[in-house]
Design a protein around this ligand. Sequence first.
Ligand code: NAP
Length: 249
Amino acid sequence: MTQIFSGRIALVTGASRGIGKAIARVLGTNGAYVIGTATTENGSQGITKGFAETGINGQGLVLDVKDRTSREKFADLLSAAGHSPLILVNNAGVTRDNLFLRMKEEEWSDVIAINLDSVYHLCRICLRGMVKARFGRIINISSVVAFSGNPGQTNYAAAKAGMIGFTRSLAREVGSRNITVNTLAPGFIDTDMTAALSEEQQTSLQERIALGRLGHVDEVANTVKFLASDDASYITGETINVNGGMYMV
Ligand code: NAP
């Protein structure tokens, strides 16, 4: 097995299922020590167990990115263990869809907090260690809707588009320290998030995809693997679209 991430710690938020779980697995099977997060103790234990069963070095930890106490506890645990992640994948995300005129303030603020504010908080936790190591890879998981827009998703599209501006700005700030910051914008990927869509919505979305099918979580994870690897050392501030030709930017 190629161990391209040997000696590196990777932190993946939202690693209990879906895309984050696949990202954690791919980074782990390629040699990284992986810290994967879930919002519950059960979820974090599931991650630790999953890693042990697949021979991945790493552990699950509890983190609710929206909750200050949870973030502080998480940061304390990381530093107490001496873990300084040099690969950070900001993957945790939620949708709270509603047409704008009906959208409650909580639906707006939850989505901004979990999808966008979290990127600020996690970068704050990891960046000092990356600067010290003069190496870092930050990969932010955005979405095709940052570009295309989507009715019912003003909150989600705003958060996901915000990540792209954040990525470009931070990339300019930390490039001289050999830290790259990139965004990956998935299209329609087969996970719990898209399973929530009706069959009618799924069919109509699939008709708009050039490859005529949903994406697989591993197709996103393998792109993260590339961005985290030394092969991507001269790519920063970029957004890579992994959407099967659903929306060509
Ligand atoms: P998913 O299956 O719904 O999983 C979401 C993950 O985020 C879970 O691990 C969940 O943890 C975690 N999470 C939720 N709320 C959190 C919070 N407050 N604090 C910390 N973690 C939290 O989602 P997915 O489809 O894999 O999506 C992963 C990322 O890709 C998201 O950012 C999403 O916006 C983006 N994306 C997905 C698609 C798609 O088609 N699926 C397309 C474009 C972009 P728990 O298990 O503990 O709840």
